[in-house]
Design a protein around this ligand. Sequence first.
Ligand code: FAD
Length: 495
Amino acid sequence: MPSRPLTAATTTGPAIVWFRQDLRLADNPALVAAASGGRPVIPVFIRDTTDRLRPMGGASRWWLHHALAALRDALKRRHGLDLLLLSGDPATLLADLVRHTGAAAVCWNRLYEPAAIHRDTAIRSLLKEAGVTVETCNAGLLYEPWTVQTRAGGWFRVFTPFWRACLAGGGPAAPAPAPKHVAIWDGQPEGEQLEDWALLPQQPDWAGGLRESWQPGEAGAAARLAAFLDAALAGYADGRDRPDREATSRLSPHLHFGEIGPRQVWQAVQMHVAQHGGDAAKFLAELGWREFSHHLLYHFPDLPQRNFRDSFDAFPWQEDAGLLRSWQRGRTGYPLVDAGLRELWATGWMHNRVRMIAASFLVKHLRLHWREGEAWFWDTLVDADAASNAASWQWVAGSGADAAPYFRIFNPVVQGERFDPAGSYVRRWLPQLEKLPDKFIHKPWAAPAAVLRDAGVTLGRDYPAPIVDHDRARKAALAAFATLRNDAGEATGES
Ligand code: FAD
């Protein structure tokens, strides 16, 4: 690009809209701001190749490719705009783009991860000093982290009062209307090709299950929401803990990449309830947990690395690459745990109840650090999210804010019998156990030899024997926990 000084920003030039985790046209206030007054718009997505942000995991990269392809198509189809793709340092690239196009404004929707906040604040100052108008907006959250405060003006560490405070204001703002017309800027430079970014896995191509399971993009998100409202919202409060049913929305990756905004989900739910009746409080509270996770990450930026409760700093974690590998690959010998990890590997998603059980198994039965599990989820989840992943792992480990107490140790057999009573979830992901009777589907090791033989299962060959004994692992976990300065209550229960 030919160089002009950055100070050459004009007041009549186009507006750049910098897409990030807001890959949609509807309810996109940055796009609305950029297009206001009929100003021509340059839509850009930048692959940040600096080492400032945590690199995306493989499943997220797969999703991003398809989400960008969908956005590129939607911008072209709806407004005739070309999505400009650039790689490098966003600070340099945006400054160059302003210079090259004489852009008068740069607009983006805010992110809440500490490193992104740091980067974006610096970019904002740089552009403003050069006389460029910078408009930043909220597209990703119902309530931004600094707007929800305790009576004393602090931040919340417990979910229930946090959510009560959120709701006290009378519900979130309405979604932003999509701009009807967005003008094209003729002088837009050539960008890169999405296909050259190599976001998709090549050899091997492990994404077959992801392709079968998901339709990334704004249209896919809208279809998913509509299907959920029609089929599952009414039974959500009862069904949400059942991995054997399609009872949750599966909106998490769409929300993470901003193909749909939480305000849109909120509004659609309210409208559905107004028309059809029912109670959506439980579902909306789950959106609340997403908000709470962002609140925690914003106010405790080390959440992905550091124990929220520092008493856990002294926890005697084990290091065992073999145990970690068995867990990652779904070879623990506990069917519900293994089914979950195989669902994750195949589809990039795992049911929330099974996430809790699989995570608890890693940190309590195996006593491996929650950061190992967080990292595996980061790489394999299509909804991998810095806030929700770290907050949830710390919640399960007991080291987090408003966390499950460490001494509550899930029994994967009891959990399986309760939440997958006919074993259909386990059978789906572990077909080698398909013929086991329901009675033993969650504990194959307890089946008599004849039953195993009839089901065609040889433990150790078709399916592993348990890598740890539940009772012994539980006692060892409680003993390890007892070595901590106990700020989490008395050790007792099992569930
Ligand atoms: P639904 O039940 O339909 O809920 C609607 C939406 O609410 C979800 O899409 C999600 O955005 C939000 N939500 C629901 N439950 C939670 C929760 N407990 N915490 C935060 N937000 C929630 N969720 C992620 O989006 N990204 C992650 O990286 C992530 N990692 C997790 C790790 C562990 C160990 C655990 C136990 C949970 C994790 N979760 C994460 C939370 C939760 O499991 C998923 O959000 C949920 O399973 C997504 O499925 P759904 O869209 O069908 O959820």
